[in-house]
Write a protein that binds this ligand. Sequence first.
Ligand SMILES: Nc1ncnc2c1ncn2[C@@H]1O[C@H](COP(=O)(O)OP(=O)(O)O)[C@@H](O)[C@H]1O
Ligand SMILES: O=P(O)(O)OC[C@H]1O[C@](O)(COP(=O)(O)O)[C@@H](O)[C@@H]1O
Ligand SMILES: [Mg+2]
Length: 322
Amino acid sequence: MTVKKIAVLTSGGDSQGMNAAVRAVVRSGLYYGLEVYGIQRGYQGLLNDDIFSMDLRSVGDIIQRGGTILQSARCKEFMTPEGQQKGAEILRKHGIDGLVVIGGDGSYHGANKLSKLGIKTMALPGTIDNDISYTDFTIGFDTAVSIVVDAVNKLRDTMSSHERSSIVEVMGRHCGDIALYAGLASGAETILVPEVPHDMDEITERMKENFAHGKRHSIVIVAEGVGSGEDVAKALTDRCPTLEPRVTCLGHIQRGGTPTPTDRNLASRLGDFAVRKLIEGESDKACGIIKGELVLTDIDKVVNTKKEFNMELYELALRLSQ
Ligand SMILES: Nc1ncnc2c1ncn2[C@@H]1O[C@H](COP(=O)(O)OP(=O)(O)O)[C@@H](O)[C@H]1O
Ligand SMILES: O=P(O)(O)OC[C@H]1O[C@](O)(COP(=O)(O)O)[C@@H](O)[C@@H]1O
Ligand SMILES: [Mg+2]
């Protein structure tokens, strides 16, 4: 049986492009004749019954905005079977039979649990980390990478003037993709990611050699999953004080600002895809993009598979940054 009333929520760490995804879900849902509801503050809002009807105008003027008009939350109660049961009952009370969850891997688990309780669910990858398997890219990742690259461009200017090294700490708890893609795009000399072990002695020697061969600055990008930028700076200073490392932690700046066209288009395609698949009767599925094509994968499979790290890009970044 196909869905008639659907709801959409955003959950976990927000990401640029979530609004574009919400817009696509609402407008496609209405286009296909469904009733569409918004849930405020993720699973917390679901448990608080914070649910409201959405129309075409309720998603006007948001495609270009960072953050999420639905707001986001992390909700402990929803991690319990009782919380999930309560969530499913609240949705049933409203007659909502389909739910689109926009969030990261944690949020995917929640969608998976709700589908086992009879709610048809679709999960969209809304996280800057790019840590979700069965999709090449997540919504917000491209914008976060652009922000890091812009920051490194600025740091390069001052580091070159003083012949210093710049340590830039970026987000990515378990996934080094922001560090990798921003590192390659900004010509970083060293990229530290949780997926690849590193040797500080070797890194220091390489930086010293590069300075000796005329390099005027050195950029080190550290994914937060490896440790803090301060720790890396200390390790470098202990080995070679003349590297004069200066640390910049980009933090939540990476999660704000207007989404890039790439993220808006990805969000628009995935939001519409999720609605069409719900109408076709699909449930408990993750929507993603692989080699430019939209794909549907069982949520179980997605949450139980670790995203593969792109070693080819990593090695390329190192080869090109000598
Ligand atoms: N195993 C789980 N079962 C049910 N709900 C979960 C589970 N893991 C996470 N969630 C829900 O999803 C929310 C967001 O998850 P979190 O891991 O914080 O962020 P993200 O979705 O961005 O990875 C959690 O606060 C919780 O409500
Ligand atoms: O917003 P918080 O709670 O400070 O969380 C920070 C974390 O959220 C992220 O930005 C996104 O992670 P999730 O997608 O898992 O929410 C991580 O890169 C970062 O470590
Ligand atoms: Mg997560």
